[in-house]
Design a protein around this ligand. Structure first.
Ligand SMILES: [Fe+2]
Ligand SMILES: [Fe+2]
Length: 156
């Protein structure tokens, strides 16, 4: 049986993941408005992935019979001062999210809730990948390459 404390942290994380989905949607729109359609598509996909991350937690909480609320999502914007600023914002959100998963993993271990601890492993791996991806995009933009020509170099 999952503790209230842990199920509340996970339900807050649902809101974080869905908010991340909104934030990536904002970045996608930012690129789409400049006709950088390959970049926009990458971030549209990223937005969908974040929604999946949230849903995975929803399904887990249902499976472990936790009671939880679905809170309103945070606000997101499609306005950035430059492409690199948009992706830097994403990297900093991802780092924040990584910290949230570390805290939950710590909580699960402290409570000897090995089931939830195991569930969280997937997210810890995913966060390593997402931070690395955003860092690669920052490096790509900072190389000074023409962003239209760089569309073929975006991670799939
Ligand atoms: Fe996520
Ligand atoms: Fe993410």
């Amino acid at each position: 049986m999952i503790s209230n404390r842990l199920s509340q942290a996970l339900s807050k994380q649902i809101t974080s993941e869905f908010t991340a989905s909104q934030q990536y949607l904002g970045i996608a729109v930012y690129f789409a408005q400049q006709s950088l359609d390959g970049w926009a598509d990458f971030f549209y996909r990223q937005s969908e992935e974040e929604r999946e991350h949230g849903l995975k937690i929803v399904r887990f909480l249902v499976d472990v019979e936790a009671d939880f609320e679905l809170e309103p999502l945070g606000k997101a914007t499609p306005q950035f001062t430059s492409p690199v600023e948009a992706v830097r914002a994403a990297l900093s959100w991802e780092r924040q999210v990584t910290g949230q998963f570390h805290e939950m993993a710590e909580m699960a271990l402290a409570e000897k809730d090995y089931t939830t601890f195991q569930f969280l492993q997937w997210y810890l791996d995913e966060q390593v990948e997402e931070e690395a991806t955003m860092q690669k995009l920052i490096d790509l933009i900072e190389s000074g390459v023409n962003l239209f020509l760089a569309e073929g170099n975006l991670p799939s």
